[in-house]
Design a protein around this ligand. Structure first.
Ligand code: 3HC
Length: 311
């Protein structure tokens, strides 16, 4: 294909993409982030399919969505129980569940991946989806810390690939980071900005650098808080109190680390340390390693830096 034909074809694809609003979203991964994204997309008038490996996982995903939707509906409609119920029902009716990712993506406008933070697993998934998804379908990863370009490389659609990074709890946190890679087309970027706004979120744009914006600041902050405890400078409880009352944070760094998951925090910092061993901000922590080795992973396991009762 000549260079001119390539440019023309890319131009055509670009204009076609610009016209197509995202209507159907496939969320791969029915965990905490995946269900949050699915719920918000359904609440805002999108058709959504959540894909995961088993019916059992999907049943749990559905339960989480129902619970969270009823919180949102209660907030929206207060005592008007009928309106709240109808709102939840309508959002739920826009969500379907599937264990067959390949079949689902044959008719979808956007795939958002929110699975395990393992580069190889993500690459394998996207490589398979790339073969069956329509030409115009955009692929996005909700990874917290892996480079988007390393995931995108597994596909032939790097112009239609992005990071779309949501924050926990997704129904509450207003931000979406739209992560650009060098091959990404303007049309893809614009579609994702529009899509994020259609979810009622505020998108920010950032480059494909470790942690994008939020995690690049938040993770070293949590790590430094852990180091304060390791050095015996202050207790976790007092540091949390200090940051909530002295800096207006809704959670202290230890509450936040427990909420995000200590395994997730360790995975992020270890990955960055491996890639950038000279950066002192990315130094691992023996205390964090010890908690993870003990299975104290945070709220999801009933204990992290704090006990939360049995899960
Ligand atoms: N679904 C729906 N609604 C929810 C919800 C959920 N899962 N979780 C909380 N809410 C709603 C509640 O219903 C409540 O609504 P109301 O104001 O009408 O009562 C409101 O949110 C506040 O919740 P709570 O009263 O239960 O508790 P808090 O006031 O303590 O707020 C919080 C909880 C919103 C989690 C708040 O503590 C907070 O903002 N914490 C910081 C969270 C944060 O920093 N997240 C980012 C983590 S980093 C990340 O996600 C990136 C990843 O890559 C690691």
């Amino acid at each position: 294909m000549s260079f001119v034909t390539k440019v023309l074809r890319r131009g055509l694809t670009t204009s076609a993409l610009r016209m197509a609003a995202i209507k159907h979203v496939t969320v791969i991964g029915g965990g905490q982030m995946g269900v949050g994204i699915a719920q918000v997309a359904a609440q805002t008038g999108h058709q959504v399919t959540v894909v995961d490996q088993s019916e059992e996982i999907l049943a749990h995903s559905k339960l989480s969505i129902e619970r969270s939707l009823s919180r949102v509906a209660k907030k929206k409609f207060g005592e008007d129980l009928k309106a709240a119920e109808s709102y939840s029902k309508s959002a739920l009716s826009s969500i379907s569940l599937s264990t067959d990712a390949l079949a689902t993506v044959t008719k979808t406008d956007l795939v958002i991946e929110a699975i395990i933070e393992n580069l190889q697993v993500k690459q394998e998934l996207f490589s398979q989806l790339d073969k069956v998804a329509p030409q115009e379908t955009i692929f996005a990863s909700n990874t917290s810390s892996l480079p988007i370009s390393d995931i995108a490389i597994s596909t032939e659609r790097r112009d239609r690939f992005a990071g779309l990074h949501f924050f926990n709890p997704v129904p509450v946190m207003k931000l979406v980071e739209v992560v650009q890679i060098s091959e990404q087309s303007d049309a893809t970027f614009q579609s994702l900005m529009d899509f994020s706004k259609s979810l009622g979120k505020v998108p920010v744009v950032c480059k494909d650098t470790p942690g994008f914006i939020v995690n690049r600041l938040l993770v070293p902050y949590m790590m430094e808080a852990i180091r304060l405890v390791e050095r015996g400078d202050a207790s976790a409880r007092d540091i949390d109190t200090a940051m909530k009352l002295g800096a207006g944070y809704p959670m202290g760094p230890f509450e936040l680390a427990d909420y995000v998951g200590l395994d997730v925090t360790k995975f992020i910092i270890d990955g960055w340390h491996e890639k950038f061993p000279d950066n002192p901000l990315f130094e691992p922590s023996p205390l964090l390693d010890q908690k993870v080795a003990q299975g104290k992973l945070g709220t999801k396991k009933g204990e992290g830096f704090y006990p939360y009762g049995k899960k």
